[in-house]
Design a protein around this ligand. Structure first.
Ligand code: EPU
Length: 472
């Protein structure tokens, strides 16, 4: 997808989520270009049309992990030599990262469908510029550019809107501990600047367990002088993947996957090859879909250990899950049964699987209780499920789900990425036709979701209607 198409897709958000502006400059090149205008083209209204009620059967191959790729792709800029990345997912969030990096001066070559080669030139002819984007993961460029060039300025990140502010105070605390000066210029930007003698190692204790800050400080610290110790770190698989990538390029990061990560700064990173891990949440989404729809699906190209918390919950719901070396077989023939879920940082149950599992539980016998432990208000999608016949009561971070016999198709919205995945699951399991709108939110993080479900026997298609025709 070209940049214009990506931009057009992102600008179609009807709920007024703020689009992230991203502004970078490199310390030695301080000329500023005027802000580019927003691309206002709204050519098509894209929907998924789902004729539900079919069981899912067959095999599906999982793509590379979004939340690893959005950090590892920009991290390639830290290396002096060419970096070849394999298993890169073709999703909007990654396409946007690469587009921004190209404008920063990087050369990015698509080697095949899932492999890219990234070369950060020694003398980048970087043009200071502004881009308007909607990308949570743009904040990883702060860590990368601060670590590599000593300066970065990026708009406050966008991404999924869970109904409240998504804070970055722990990122700021970490950068400051490394010696950076952090300021918040007018216009919603964040500027980070290293001292004259560069960043230095520090001892950082995170007040909350945060994926983003753990990864961002790691990115900034790998080229800093001396040792950085980070405590109370997040332990998600993508954190380990980022550390493995950086180490493969010559960094010295130890302890990723535990509470304490120790980083010894090195002079430079070199190029090399690296394969991104499979997407835990994409795999979990297909597993939850089989739970909701019934059938038997072999979910391939996964790391079953990363899926254990999802597997355990599905087994409690009377779904059969058989683990293989790099695949899981998910079968559901009888009735689904209730369970309770509380989302927590890894290895707890992932918040990014909460909407999909809640959707499956709408069809389980009995009463299930869901407690959201990360994003307190990630329940907006339940209003859509209620319109499909679900019986859900939400009170703050808790949702009580009374199982119903069936859901009925309806027009629904993908309020955010995982809410959108939940709507697709609901539509696949429901009687009748479901139309899912705002699917650009889904395509931010799922590669060829429609094709993958169709290959499993789903009756669904992607409909692109010129918006003017739709409005007539
Ligand atoms: N938090 C702070 N201060 C900070 C940062 C976070 O208080 O400086 C709080 C947040 O408010 C939240 C908790 O810490 O309550 C966890 O936030 P975290 O930083 O871990 O989230 P994130 O890095 O912004 C990533 C994923 C999200 C996923 C969360 C939690 C990316 C690009 N995003 O977000 O993924 O929900 O971790 O696992 O990696 C998704 O893929 O659908 C998605 C939203």
């Amino acid at each position: 997808m070209g940049l214009a198409a990506v931009g057009a897709a992102c600008k179609e958000d009807r709920h007024g989520q703020s689009f992230a502006d991203i502004r970078y400059s490199i310390r030695r090149k301080t000329r500023r270009f005027p802000r580019q205008g927003l691309v206002r083209s709204r050519l098509t209204l894209t929907k998924y049309v789902i004729n539900g009620g079919k069981t899912l059967n067959g095999e599906v191959t999982i793509s590379g992990a979004k939340n690893a790729a959005v950090a590892i792709v920009p991290a390639a800029l830290l290396a002096d030599g060419p970096v070849r990345l394999e298993n890169v997912p073709k999703i909007i969030d990654v396409t946007l990262q690469m587009e921004i990096m190209r404008e920063l001066g990087a050369q990015i070559r698509q080697i095949n469908a899932t492999t890219v080669e990234i070369q950060n030139t020694q003398n980048p002819s970087l043009k200071p510029h502004e881009l308007e984007r909607k990308l949570r993961a743009s904040y990883y460029l702060l860590g990368v550019l601060l670590g590599k060039y000593g300066f970065a300025e990026v708009a406050m990140p966008g991404g999924c809107n869970f109904g409240g502010v998504r804070p970055i105070d722990q990122h700021i605390k970490g950068f400051e501990a490394l010696g950076a000066k952090v300021t918040l210029p007018k216009g919603g930007y964040i500027r980070v600047e290293a001292p004259e003698d560069g960043l230095h190692g520090a001892h950082i204790y995170f007040d909350v367990v945060t994926v983003g800050a753990t990864m961002n400080i790691m990115l900034a610290a790998v080229l800093a002088k001396g040792q950085t110790i980070m405590e109370n770190c997040a332990k998600e698989p993508h954190i380990v993947d980022l550390a493995n990538f950086l180490n493969a390029m010559g960094a010295d990061v130890k302890g990723a996957g535990t509470d304490v990560i120790k980083i010894r700064g090195v002079e430079s990173l070199h190029g090399g090859s690296y394969s991104i891990i499979p997407d835990q949440i994409e795999a979990g989404t297909f597993m939850a879909a089989v739970a909701a729809c019934g059938g038997s699906v072999l979910v391939k190209n996964v790391i079953p250990r990363h899926l254990e918390c999802i597997t355990a919950k599905l087994r409690e719901m009377s779904v059969e899950v058989t683990e293989f070396d790099d695949a899981v077989l998910v079968r559901r023939e009888g009735k689904l049964t209730k369970t309770n879920i509380k989302t927590l940082p890894y290895p707890g149950f992932p918040t990014d699987m909460q909407p999909q599992m809640t959707t499956a539980l709408c069809l389980a016998e009995g009463t299930s209780i869901i407690t959201e432990g990360i994003w307190g208000s990630r329940y907006r999608y339940t209003e859509e499920l209620t319109r499909m016949g679900a019986n859900i009561h939400v009170d703050g971070a808790i949702a009580v789900v009374e199982g119903v016999r069936e859901l009925n198709g309806a027009p629904v919205r993908a309020h955010d990425l995982r809410a959108g995945a939940a709507m697709v699951i609901a539509g696949l399991a429901a009687k009748g036709v479901t139309e899912v709108e705002q699917v650009q939110n889904i395509e931010r993080g799922y590669e060829t979701l429609v094709e993958k479900f169709v290959a499993l026997g789903a009756d669904m298609y992607r409909s692109e209607i010129p918006e003017s025709a739709e409005n007539k």
